[in-house]
Write a protein that binds this ligand. Structure first.
Ligand code: AMP
Ligand code: MG
Length: 720
């Protein structure tokens, strides 16, 4: 069963019509249709107007055979026991009827909700549970403050109101005034139930597959994402209904349908609670940033391909400095991989596709940082302190269920939640005890040896940023914050192809004296895997255009980007560049770099091709300097610049101006950079000898032992 039309309603408990000019804290409706990019939004000054609009929408969709899911941002149910107390049965829909029988709500929003709440309070012992009486009313049955309530026996919140920022249903006034919205909203929804009869179901109380389904929503579940996707000057309420409707319409029908069936049959349920990451990923997919993630279908969230002319570079001009070439490459590229959601435990090495926020605070509750004794600081002072011990103890995972009275202490262990009445802990080593009393030297510092709830990360705070390549510690953080699944990019598929008549594909085959074994392909494949890409071996082809063309076509099908080596210059035997030029998409970049010859950049059937030099030393340097940041960007992890540091040189060299140079280097025991004996670019042994590169600037430079030089370790290039 799937929904064709999603309506999201931001409700209001106002007592008069909202301003004529669209404003906040009024009723907003967002309507998204599956498959359509746009979400229509409308503003409503009164509940009457909004209800009529919804009824008309439901009529039209029902007539067209389209199933509607309508979500409202107020509670559909009350804490357990309330329905029974009001109407003698725990059936929440009997409560809907009872409430709507009592509520009067005129077309201009005038209503009797405070009288109704006061009368409901009368059904309970003591005072409450509703509160928030405006001063003008002064009804003794309805207290002005929550703290004035007493003895009513209802719990403060429903199980699902654990969502961050969720307000209790009893509160009629101020922040959210959720209680007022629910009383007035349920009455309106009851009239829609009467109007649509068996064609309408209220989840999770009713589970029939009807043309119209009503659910409870809470836009704050994905508040950071809504904030990130809010348009300039957009009213927050509008952004909420727009983003949420778009996100729900983007979800897989199966997932959405399953979500509507979750929850508690008496208290109700907030749709999507516990699936925030999925909702956030859906919202990001529904509203991709311009020029980035467009044209995504809901089954395979795929971004657009690169344009054929993306590597165009003015030709014939002088050599391009390395930094300019890098800037140009950075502008030309964007992320090209699709998205998926993975369990956190399987997401290492993947790139996060959206910002994620903490589901719960870490730590969730104030607790003890040490093994020792806990007590109320206020009851202690200077000098020797003797506090009687209460029976029992508080340990991690074994909370002490009672309050510790002032002047008493409790045995407490590291990680244990501070029991009620305890705010300070004294370290075991600083105490003495006979088992009934604990003795220590005062004064103790207030809150000593305790950890505040949320002192590490507060619920809802940003936890991990979009674009982060997830490492082991990131999985620890996500797990500690209750994030069970993560929206990630699929791995970038990197095809690697070697060319050249002289190349023998692998050293397990014999080579004649005029032949050499392929050194570049194993190197480039290992680089790609080390960069957490999916390395695709495209093998080796001789210098034959037809064969190169066929293999590039295969690469374009199997990979997101292709690295070739060999034949990339402009000579007679440089078949890769000749072929790419023939197809018209080649851009040969003459980069002022040593070692390195022109870098051939081209598009082959929509897939970018990096034509690296054949010489293994130049191939590695070009791969580290150009391919690595480019692949990182295409993977969704953003552009990357290797971190180097300045060390004294252990060599001498006079460098001419004009080209940036990279020398194979490693650190001596005393931290100086030594370079490989020969700069000859055919010396593969130097690549293996080295632990990194020394980068010499574009200009001239005179280096003597001790001169500062920039050393970039292989590890900074992600070489593993
Ligand atoms: P090319 O760029 O094709 O002119 O090649 C430059 C030099 O690199 C030549 O000496 C080639 O033999 C050598 N070369 C090209 N491809 C490879 C490879 N895959 N492995 C080792 N050496 C190579
Ligand atoms: Mg060649």
């Amino acid at each position: 069963m799937s929904f064709d039309t999603i309506a999201v309603i931001d409700w209001s408990g106002a007592s008069s019509p909202s301003p004529a000019k669209p404003s906040k804290d009024a009723i907003w409706i967002g309507v998204a249709r599956r498959g359509a990019a746009e979400v229509e939004t409308s503003y409503h000054r009164t509940r009457h107007d909004a209800s009529e609009t919804l009824a008309a929408l439901f009529e039209a969709e029902r007539a067209a055979g389209r199933r509607v899911l309508a979500g409202f941002d107020f509670p559909f149910g009350y804490p357990r026991g309330f329905a029974k107390a009001v109407c003698g049965t725990p059936d929440p829909l009997a409560l809907w009827r009872a409430l709507s029988d009592r509520i009067e709500d005129t077309p201009d929003n005038a209503n009797n909700r405070f009288d109704v709440a006061a009368a409901l309070n009368d059904l309970f012992p003591g005072i409450g549970p509703f509160w928030g009486c405006p001063e003008s009313l002064d009804d003794p049955r309805l207290p002005s403050k929550g703290t004035l309530r007493d003895g009513h026996g209802m719990t403060e919140r429903r199980a699902c109101d654990r969502a961050k920022g969720a307000q209790p249903v009893w509160k009629l006034f101020t922040t959210g005034s959720v209680g007022s919205q629910a009383l007035l909203g349920i009455a309106r929804l009851q009239s829609l139930r009467d109007r649509f009869g068996a064609d309408l179901a209220v989840r999770p109380f009713e589970r029939h597959d009807t043309p119209i389904t009503l659910v409870e929503l809470f836009p704050s579940l994905i508040a950071p994402t809504v904030a990130a996707l809010t348009e300039e000057n957009e009213i927050k309420d509008r952004a909420q209904v727009r983003v949420l409707a778009g996100a729900l319409a983007q979800l897989e029908p199966r997932q959405l349908d399953a979500m509507t069936r979750e929850g508690d049959a008496e208290e109700g349920w907030i749709l999507g609670l516990g699936h925030e990451t999925l909702l956030e990923a859906a919202a990001r997919a529904a509203f991709p940033p311009p020029n980035a993630l467009k044209d995504m279908s809901d089954s395979d969230l795929m971004p657009p391909r690169l344009r054929d002319d993306c590597f165009a570079m003015p030709q014939g001009v002088a050599w391009v400095p390395v930094d300019e070439a890098l800037a140009k490459l950075r502008d030309a590229l964007h992320p090209v991989t699709g998205l998926e959601t993975l369990p956190t435990s399987r997401a290492a090495g993947r790139v996060l596709a959206a910002d994620v926020a903490a589901k719960r605070s870490n730590p969730p509750m104030p607790n003890s940082a040490v093994d020792g004794y806990g007590f109320a600081h206020a009851a202690t002072g200077d000098g020797i302190q003797r506090l009687p011990l209460v029976a029992g103890r508080a340990a991690a995972g074994q909370p002490y269920p009672h309050a510790v009275s002032k002047g008493h202490a409790i045995r407490i262990l590291t990680g244990a939640i501070l029991p009620e009445g305890v705010d300070t802990v004294v370290l075991e080593e600083d105490t003495n005890t006979d088992g009934t009393t604990v003795v220590f030297d005062g004064p103790a510092k207030p809150r000593a040896n305790t950890r505040k709830d949320g002192e590490d990360v507060a619920a809802g705070a940003p936890a991990l940023p979009k674009g982060r390549r997830l490492r082991a510690p990131d999985l620890a953080l996500a797990s500690a914050l209750g994030i069970s699944e993560l929206p990630v990019h699929r791995p970038l598929r990197v095809g690697v192809l070697s060319t050249g008549d002289e190349i023998i594909a692998s050293p397990d085959r014999p080579a004649e004296p005029h032949q050499i074994w392929d050194a570049n392909r194993p190197m480039l494949l290992a680089l790609a895997s080390g960069w957490q890409c999916e390395a695709v071996d495209l093998g080796h082809v001789p210098d034959d255009r037809a064969q190169i063309a066929a293999r590039l076509a295969e690469g374009a099908r199997k990979a997101d980007v292709i690295l070739t080596s060999g034949g990339a210059s402009a000579g007679d035997e440089d078949h890769v560049s000749a072929l790419l030029r023939e197809r018209g998409t080649l851009s040969s970049w003459r980069i002022a770099l040593k070692p390195g010859r022109p870098l051939a950049l081209a598009m082959w059937e929509g897939t970018p091709v990096f034509g690296l030099p054949g010489n293994p030393v130049a191939a590695l340097v070009c791969a580290l300097i150009f391919a690595r940041p480019a692949l990182s960007l295409m993977s969704g992890a953003g552009w990357s610049t290797p971190r180097g540091f300045t060390v004294p040189a252990a060599f001498s060299k006079r460098k001419k101006p004009g080209r940036r140079e990279y020398l194979r280097a490693r650190l001596t025991e005393d931290g100086h950079a030594e370079v490989f004996g020969s700069e000859g670019s055919g010396r593969i042994s130097g690549l293996s000898w080295a632990d990194g590169l020394v980068e010499l600037p574009d200009g001239a430079m005179e280096i003597a032992p001790g001169s500062p030089v920039r050393y970039i370790p292989y590890a900074s290039f992600g070489l593993v």
